[in-house]
Design a protein around this ligand. Structure first.
Ligand SMILES: Nc1ncnc2c1ncn2[C@@H]1O[C@H](COP(=O)(O)OP(=O)(O)OP(=O)(O)O)[C@@H](O)[C@H]1O
Length: 223
């Protein structure tokens, strides 16, 4: 269970360009559920996801994930938390073009100090689930958009995280690849992951495996 309590994010606090991006957010997200966080550009979706991923800290408020308070974790604990619990799929994939698919997918395992055998087993499994094993030796630079997305899915899965966060995952995909991404999400749901997708893409409307749609506007949750 993810509990968000009275969460606020103010950028550039006390400066002329201060901006209140998240305003008193309160949410409960059940484990193994798939939630769509819907809102127009600039509504605060990415800000909320990056705080949930411990990639940035809130100005105030609490986030409790499976009983652990994560909002103010010191950086070293935050990176351990991420390595064990979180898979993140970014809008722009955030892959290293000059590395091959296998190398990109195995990156989140580096902090875990695994043996080569364990590293290979986990990486191969993630490549298989994301249906990108056949390109494992290819440089990411040479992949199509849909293949880059599948590589990003494999990287998000490689540490077998409980929680998968997706930020505008279909923004750079055509309709066919967007539909394939939806089917990949459906499979992740069957693997009992908790999935949060931030999007304004109508393709996520009315999906049978989505448990809840949360609307966000101007940094606030709309009831
Ligand atoms: N580092 C920052 N400094 C100042 N303002 C910021 C910063 N990051 C985000 N913002 C502002 O916070 C608001 C919310 O941004 P956010 O990226 O969370 O929106 P979003 O809903 O994800 O938008 P999009 O769909 O376009 O990605 C925006 O107005 C943005 O300009």
């Amino acid at each position: 269970m993810i509990e968000i309590k009275n969460l606020n994010k103010i950028f550039n606090e006390d400066k002329k360009n201060q901006f209140h991006a998240l305003k008193d957010i309160n949410l409960k997200i059940n484990s193994n559920s798939c939630v769509i966080l819907k809102g127009i550009s600039g509504s605060g979706k990415s800000t909320l996801l990056s705080i949930l991923a411990t990639l940035s800290k809130p100005t105030n408020g609490e986030i409790i994930i499976d009983g652990e308070s994560i909002a103010k974790l010191p950086d070293i604990h935050a990176s351990n938390f991420r390595a064990n619990k979180i898979g993140f799929i970014f809008q722009s994939y955030n892959l290293f073009n000059e590395l091959n698919v296998y190398q990109n997918v195995s990156i989140p395992l580096v902090p875990l100090n695994l043996s080569n055998k364990q590293l290979d087993e986990k990486t191969s499994k993630a490549l298989k689930i994301a249906n990108i094993s056949h390109k494992k030796d290819e440089l990411v630079y040479n992949l199509s958009g849909g293949e880059k997305q599948r590589c990003a899915i494999a990287r998000a899965l490689v540490n077998n995280p409980d929680i998968i966060l997706c930020d505008e995952p279909t923004a750079n995909l055509d309709l066919e690849n967007s539909k394939k991404f939806i089917e990949a999400l459906r499979s992740l749901k069957k693997l009992n992951k908790t999935i949060i997708v931030a999007t304004h893409d109508p393709i996520f409307d009315d999906l049978d495996f989505v448990d809840e749609v949360i609307n966000i506007a101007d940094g606030k949750i709309c009831e």
